[in-house]
Design a protein around this ligand. Structure first.
Ligand SMILES: Nc1ncnc2c1ncn2[C@@H]1O[C@H](COP(=O)(O)OP(=O)(O)OP(=O)(O)O)[C@@H](O)[C@H]1O
Ligand SMILES: [Mg+2]
Length: 548
């Protein structure tokens, strides 16, 4: 029930499609029950009357029912696909949206390919489970009642003989249920891991090439494949044994029907038409029972998916307030502490004030916490830090940092991430208002002539920016920051990949624009120290200890 409640909001968005799906499913069902009955009666009337009109009537009925059935089956599948795909994607997007607003440290140990696959398959499993079963559960129960009733009416004795087959069927199911579920689960996990390994091959292609680790990576792939393959074979074996015992029950039931049914016909307790009706109806009964048994299994699957999705959706979001500001005049830190693991403080009892009109430099050895510090004042660690951080005297945790980062802060990261799109789109990424002519201008001021690229601003940047150089990548990221013209600019290692000439140009730009901005630069470069108004050396800054 909780699964239905959870999924309801996504499925009911498509009410009309859902209604069409239900109506046509019911039509198909009525036909499936009526068809054997009509056929059986037809055979009997042929045996008794051999009347031409009976043949014509029957043929027309069958033709009409066939046509209706084809049409309604099509409408059922079509509307099912529509509702299923749309609702599953809504659920998928909701989980992704939630994840994107979760604290950044949640992703520390996470494999994105795995997570993506997990969300996608869970959303699909859940939605299909509800869509394909909520009507079926009722319809099958009705089928059982109706079909049993008719068979009983036709021939009580034969129906009674067939009933003991049901517990036999149940017993087979319960014997195989556990191993089947276990090996199925194992197979899924192994498949996910194998997929993840395959992904890693392409993702790390540079690393593999540069170190010529072709053999090692092939070996890893093969090992991962063989464990997956073993699970696959095991699963195939168990499901074969299960399904063959399933077919055995079916064969036994047919033998019973043919033997005792035949006897009943000879004794004139059963007509041939009725005999065919019972054959069809009994296989329907078995179908319904097998449906209910499998429902238990697919319910378990759906439950796993439900729990995994809930796990993500119940994860606390990062702290983001609702106060908005339109400019940043000061940033004040008071006794700020931050650590990744609750033991070692990376930022330890830090006090500082940043003011408009200055360029600040953050220096320190590798791993002292420069990039961490940047993320901290940008609000990415709101759930974790101690002490107080104020923007214009408003506490950071009360501010709508999504809005502020989008509008009035520009950041160029230590390892700039670019999107798979054109250079133009990369420079304007996340910026709502800009002048198109300025894009080229900004790139030029950073010593990057856009005309050297074949299609200028429309040149595509490929995955992981393989077709542009490290320095060019950095310049695109810097250009994005300057084009945005924000109130605060943060540059993490802006000079690491720049040539001497470009560094001079960057310094020139920074001096030009610093008047009404707070500019913070993380750097190891001594040359750029000249343009700094103040220097924060993280090697010496962390002095006092924080209260836990
Ligand atoms: N997500 C994380 N989880 C745990 N520890 C982290 C995480 N990110 C960084 N660290 C650790 O925190 C310390 C500071 O890292 P940070 O990236 O801030 O250093 P940095 O001063 O920017 O170094 P660099 O000069 O090399 O860029 C490092 O020891 C690093 O291992
Ligand atoms: Mg860093």
């Amino acid at each position: 029930m909780k699964i239905f409640k959870f999924v309801k909001e996504y499925i009911f968005k498509y009410k009309i499609q859902l209604f069409i799906f239900l109506i046509f499913s019911i039509i198909s069902w009525i036909i499936s029950i009526g068809l054997p009955y009509i056929t059986g009666n037809y055979i009997d009337s042929l045996m008794n009357f051999q009347n031409r009109q009976t043949i014509i009537d029957f043929t027309i009925k069958i033709l009409l029912m066939g046509i209706i059935n084809i049409i309604s089956s099509f409408v059922v599948s079509y509307s099912y696909v529509k509702v299923q795909t749309k609702s599953a994607i809504e659920l998928n997007f909701k989980a992704l949206e939630h994840i994107s607003k979760m604290p950044i440290l949640y992703f520390k140990n996470l494999d994105s390919a795995y997570l993506n696959q997990r969300i996608n398959s869970d959303s699909n499993t859940l939605i299909s489970f509800v869509l394909s079963n909520f009507l079926d559960i009722l319809i099958r129960a009705l089928t059982l009642i109706i079909v049993f009733y008719i068979s009983f009416k036709i021939n009580r004795k034969l129906t009674m003989i067939l009933i003991p087959l049901i517990p036999l069927y149940l017993a087979i199911y319960f014997i195989f249920k556990k191993p089947l579920f276990k090996s199925g689960y194992e197979l899924k996990e192994k498949q996910n891991k194998f997929f993840s390994k395959m992904n890693e091959q392409l993702y790390n292609i540079n690393l593999i090439k540069l170190n010529s680790t072709f053999e090692e990576s092939q070996k890893q792939l093969r090992t991962s494949f063989s464990t997956m393959f073993e699970s696959l074979l095991k699963y195939t074996r168990i499901s074969y044994i299960f399904s063959s015992s399933d077919s055995m029950t079916m064969i036994i039931s047919q033998i019973i029907i043919f033997f005792f049914g035949g006897m009943e016909i000879i004794n004139e307790n059963l007509t041939i038409g009725q005999f065919t009706i019972i054959i069809s109806y009994f296989s329907m009964i078995m179908g319904c029972i097998s449906y209910y048994l499998n429902l238990g299994k697919s319910y378990q699957d759906a439950l796993v998916s439900y729990n995994r999705l809930e796990e993500i959706l119940n994860e606390t979001k990062e702290i983001n307030g609702d106060k908005r500001i339109n400019s940043i005049d000061t940033i004040v830190l008071k006794e700020v502490c931050f650590s990744y693991d609750d033991t070692n403080n990376i930022i330890d009892n830090f006090n500082y004030t940043f003011k408009k009109g200055n360029i600040y430099g953050i220096i320190g050895q590798n791993g002292t916490g420069k990039s961490t510090f940047i993320n901290l004042i940008l609000g990415l660690f709101n759930n974790y830090y101690k002490g107080k951080i104020y923007y214009n005297s408003i506490e950071l945790k009360k501010l709508d940092m999504y809005h502020i980062r989008k509008r009035i802060i520009g950041i160029s990261e230590q390892e700039p991430a670019l999107i798979n799109d054109t250079i133009g789109k990369n420079v304007t990424y996340g910026i709502d208002i800009y002048n198109y002519d300025d894009i080229e201008e900004v790139l030029k001021s950073l010593n990057l002539d856009i005309n050297k690229f074949q299609d200028g601003l429309n040149t595509n940047i490929y995955e992981a920016a393989n077709n542009i150089s490290g320095g060019e990548k950095l310049k695109i990221s810097l250009a994005r920051t300057f084009l945005k013209n924000p109130d605060m600019i943060i540059l993490d290692e802006p000079t690491s990949a720049l040539d001497v000439n470009s560094i001079e140009k960057l310094e020139f730009i920074l001096k030009e624009i610093k008047k009404d901005k707070i500019i913070i630069i993380v750097t190891h470069n001594r040359d750029i120290l000249d343009i700094l108004d103040e220097i924060i050396d993280l090697n010496v800054v962390n002095s006092l200890n924080c209260e836990a």
